[in-house]
Design a protein around this ligand. Structure first.
Ligand code: FES
Length: 255
């Protein structure tokens, strides 16, 4: 992990709520950042000093990967404070890449009442590796505009709860599932998701259902334990910032 500085070269709005920032002057150490790894970012001035209204905690930014022009694409909520030419201090990469099963052909992504960005950033990689992808948008996530996504991605919009048309068929089709839920009560929301899966599937195998956890990331280095998760298969907590962000939901204590 390194502390580096980049510059916002371009900003592209991709839907009503979301933009892509294209970052230049990227340190070569970040060229191989993988889906699932994030950056702790804050806007700075040209000399690297935080801006006067800078928040105490760095923001967690989700990169989509490098472009052909040695710039790094990052997906962010639309916010007028981002401007081309701004400098950004980046700490990262944070965490481990998502682990896809080598046998998986069909990947199900579920965003429930949460911004789907931790899921959409993996789409390019999944399609490049010829995996079939279905993205289910539930609750407030169903308002996420998807016109910018590849037509190869099947998008299903459900309702307010954890239900959608043909859900039994979709769950049976999937070889692996990744989900994000509202971070306000993340464990409770993941428990509701796991209970729904247990109701609909006879068996949930290990390494099938992964939750992408997004607790406040204070240090990003494994030093403060602010992001610790209790595990059901070990007395040792796991840290979202160094071991995550994705964990098999069967292994996390969600009570
Ligand atoms: S954020 Fe400090 S240990 Fe994870």
């Amino acid at each position: 992990m390194r502390l580096t500085q980049a510059k916002i070269e371009r900003i592209r709005r991709i839907n009503a709520q979301t933009i892509h920032l294209e970052l230049g002057l990227i340190d070569e150490a970040l060229y191989r950042i993988k889906p699932g790894q994030t950056l702790l970012a804050r806007l700075v001035d040209a000399s690297g000093e935080p801006l006067a209204w800078d928040p105490y905690l760095r923001e967690q930014w989700w990169p989509l990967g490098m472009t052909g022009q040695n710039t790094l694409l990052v997906e962010r909520p639309a916010n007028p404070r981002y401007e081309p030419g701004q400098y950004v201090s980046l700490l990262g990469p944070i965490g481990e890449p998502y682990r896809f099963s080598q046998r998986a052909k069909n990947i199900l992504l579920i965003a429930y009442d949460a911004d789907p960005t931790p899921l959409t950033i993996m789409l390019t990689w999944l399609l490049r590796n010829q995996l079939n992808v279905t993205l289910v948008l539930l609750g407030r996530a169903r308002h996420y505009g998807t016109d910018h996504l590849s037509a190869e991605v099947e998008v299903i919009r459900g309702e307010d709860g954890l239900e959608w048309d043909d859900m039994v068929m979709t769950l049976g089709w999937a070889d692996q599932l990744y989900a994000v839920v509202a971070p306000d009560d993340e464990r409770q929301n993941f428990k509701a998701l796991l209970d729904m899966l247990l109701d609909r599937k006879v068996v949930i195998p290990q390494r099938f259902a992964y939750g992408i956890f997004q607790p406040p990331t204070v240090c990003g280095t494994g030093a403060c334990f602010a992001c610790a998760l209790r595990m059901s298969n070990s007395s040792r907590p796991r840290l979202t910032c160094t071991d995550g962000p994705a964990f098999d939901l069967l292994n996390v204590r969600l009570d």
